[in-house]
Design a binder for this molecule. Structure first.
Ligand SMILES: [Zn+2]
Length: 315
């Protein structure tokens, strides 16, 4: 921003805080590694994070003695997601949020997947980080995040010293597209007609968002199901558009039906009735445990000729 002449982090032995020096303040630039007394700065807060602002009335005095600053992890710079191959590294990542998951712990404020043109990785934002929420479909530069590893899968963690910058840059997300054919054996809870938080898009539980409390949610349709090919079971996630096609019902029609029945679960029952036990071929990127369905087709039942052919083989 042109209004800002300099910004960064300043620390003492108790911690580190962001500073912003306004252009209008007409103050000299601070130098990394040097120590200062910043007089008459004003504290500020944005989304639960504090900062100090240097304005016209502020003063900068350089110190000869060094102030011992609390440890600030050093990032090894911006990396591609596919380059994340070891835990405990501090990095910057630029990517697009491809999905958000329901947080299953109070210590976690948000988790999901972020991707760039080299791959996709899980991210976890700690509640203590006090960072703003990421929005599905938006692109960000995540500064100073730490890599982690669990069962040979890597993730990045956003903590107190991390920073989130939104970017307008269009980021192409690479992922491995797979095709999985089998019978749908289960339709999971959270499928059907759901409401999402208007802010973070998470699905609401009884009108309550885990992060934003009671909100006026917006309706969505989705299917979380398990498909079994006889050897493996794959979790699949089907978005509204494809769900509408599969159950031959629009979101509006589903809403009407749920209102008439005074029960949202009626849509889940319809999905179960239509899908469970039938054979499908699903294609899409496999991201963590889910195959995000981009194409799904019901496999035709075996024809009499095919059955006869099989019987001949057996005979
Ligand atoms: Zn929310």
């Amino acid at each position: 921003s042109e209004a800002i002449s300099q910004s960064g982090l300043i620390g003492d032995d108790s911690g580190v805080i962001k500073f912003v020096k306004w252009a209008k303040a007409e103050l000299p630039d601070l130098v990394e590694g040097k120590s200062y007394i910043l007089r008459n700065v004003v504290t500020d807060e944005y989304q639960g994070r504090f900062s100090v602002k240097l304005n016209r009335t502020s003063e900068i005095l350089e110190l000869d003695s060094q102030v011992q600053a609390a440890e600030v992890p050093r990032t090894s710079g911006q990396v591609k997601i596919s380059e994340i191959k070891e835990p405990g590294r501090w990095v910057d990542v630029k990517g697009k949020v491809v999905s958000l998951w329901e947080a299953n712990s109070e210590a976690i404020s948000q988790s999901g997947l972020i991707g760039d043109d080299s791959g996709v990785i899980k991210f976890v934002k700690w509640a203590k980080a006090e960072l703003p929420d990421l929005v599905e479909g938006k692109s960000y530069i995540l500064r100073n995040v730490v890599t982690d590893e669990f069962q040979e899968r890597f993730s990045i963690k956003l903590n107190r010293t991390s920073e989130i910058l939104e970017t307008d840059e269009e980021i192409e997300v690479s992922s491995q597209t797979v095709t999985f054919a089998g019978a749908i054996v289960d339709v999971q809870k959270g499928s059907g007609l759901i409401k999402r938080c208007p802010v973070c898009k998470r699905s609401l539980a009884k009108g309550i968002c885990g992060e934003h409390g009671k909100v006026e949610g917006s309706y969505d349709l989705r299917i979380k199901a398990a498909i079994d090919d006889g050897e493996k079971v794959q979790d699949i996630l089907i978005n509204r558009e494809r769900t509408e096609g599969l159950i031959d019902m629009t979101l509006d029609q589903a809403r009407e039906m749920a209102m008439e029945a005074l029960d949202h679960e009626v849509i889940l029952s319809i999905i179960e009735e239509k899908l469970v036990g039938r054979y499908y071929t699903a294609t899409g990127p496999r991201i963590d445990r889910y195959l995000l369905v981009e194409r799904i087709e019901e496999m035709p039942p075996a024809t009499l000729a095919e059955v006869e052919e099989l019987l001949k083989e057996v005979a």
